[in-house]
Design a protein around this ligand. Structure first.
Ligand SMILES: NC(=O)c1ccc[n+]([C@@H]2O[C@H](COP(=O)([O-])OP(=O)(O)OC[C@H]3O[C@@H](n4cnc5c(N)ncnc54)[C@H](OP(=O)(O)O)[C@@H]3O)[C@@H](O)[C@H]2O)c1
Length: 252
């Protein structure tokens, strides 16, 4: 067990990639908290995680909810060793579209969830992190390619990639390493939350799939395996780096 009794917090740990990460961290011995807004998926995920994990309900775009997450985690487990800022993705209608289509409100909602929340998820955690902690920011291959209709999301994820470098420089004296996990197309509920009709979402999923040299989508479990590497001492000399786990889309 590579993470025995390490305390982990996973935002968006109640679905998709975040849940896959939570499960793999637990498999390696971690305890801790998952965080999200939906009570139903929180309850279902908490039951699967077992008694070594708590589920905290809240919104990563709300500062008081983030503070509550860290306070409740500290109360139960003490200081945090692994922070996974994973919550993100779609924010409903109007946020995907060309540069001529996205309005200011849609831009703000997308940026609040996919960039601003990553910044404050880390900032609010700092008093509760152990020195030597590992922070994993979940970005996307969208930071590396031009996918039409995804400009705001992609720019936010490129911003997240940048945060890992600067945060690492600022936190290195505490031995805190900040790295990025950038998934390619992973089979999760995210495609149903894009704010576009179901048939268009299914079409988008197929289109993304057709770009993958490995000829299949990735799994949340595979993302969890990468997170275990970044969370553990196996990656002790890896700082401010990004692992792209995408079946070859960006590099082949
Ligand atoms: N799936 C992919 O192909 C793919 C590719 C590249 C990158 N990613 C990134 O991977 C991450 C996870 O995505 P996923 O595919 O696993 O999608 P998902 O299954 O929809 O999971 C998203 C998670 O984030 C949580 N979340 C969303 N908004 C939140 C908010 N305001 N406050 C707190 N939690 C919030 C959701 O829980 P609630 O809704 O209950 O709050 C859910 O647990 C995202 O950052 C996404 O951008 C995904």
């Amino acid at each position: 067990m590579k993470l025995k009794e390490k305390v982990a917090v996973i935002t968006g740990g109640n679905s998709g990639i975040g849940f896959g990460i939570a499960q793999e961290l637990k498999r390696e011995g971690a305890v801790g908290a998952i965080f999200g807004r939906t009570q139903k998926t929180l309850d279902e995920s908490a039951e699967k995680m077992g008694s070594d994990f708590i589920a905290v309900r809240g919104d990563v775009t709300r500062m008081d909810d983030l503070e509550k997450l860290y306070e409740e985690t500290a109360e139960r487990f003490g200081k945090i060793d692994i922070l996974v800022a994973n919550a993100g993705g779609g924010v409903g209608a109007g946020t995907l579209g060309s540069v001529t289509e996205v309005d200011e409100d849609a831009y703000d909602r997308m940026a609040d969830l996919n960039l601003k929340s990553a910044f404050f998820t880390v900032q609010k955690a700092l008093p509760h992190l152990n020195n030597g902690a590992s922070i994993i920011l979940v970005a996307s291959i969208a930071a590396h390619k031009g996918f039409a209709g995804m400009s705001v999301y992609s720019a936010c994820k490129a911003g997240v990639r940048s945060l890992a470098r600067t945060f690492s420089a600022e936190l290195i004296d505490r031995g805190i390493r900040v790295n990025v996990l950038s998934p390619g197309t992973i089979d999760t509920p995210v495609f149903g939350k894009m704010g576009i009709p179901a048939d268009e979402a299914a079409q988008a999923k197929e289109q993304f799939k057709s770009l993958i040299p490995l000829k299949r989508m990735g799994t949340a479990k595979e993302m969890g395996k990468v997170a275990v590497f970044l969370a553990s001492s196996d990656s002790s000399f890896v700082v401010g780096e990004e692992i792209i786990a995408d079946g070859g889309v960006v590099n082949l």
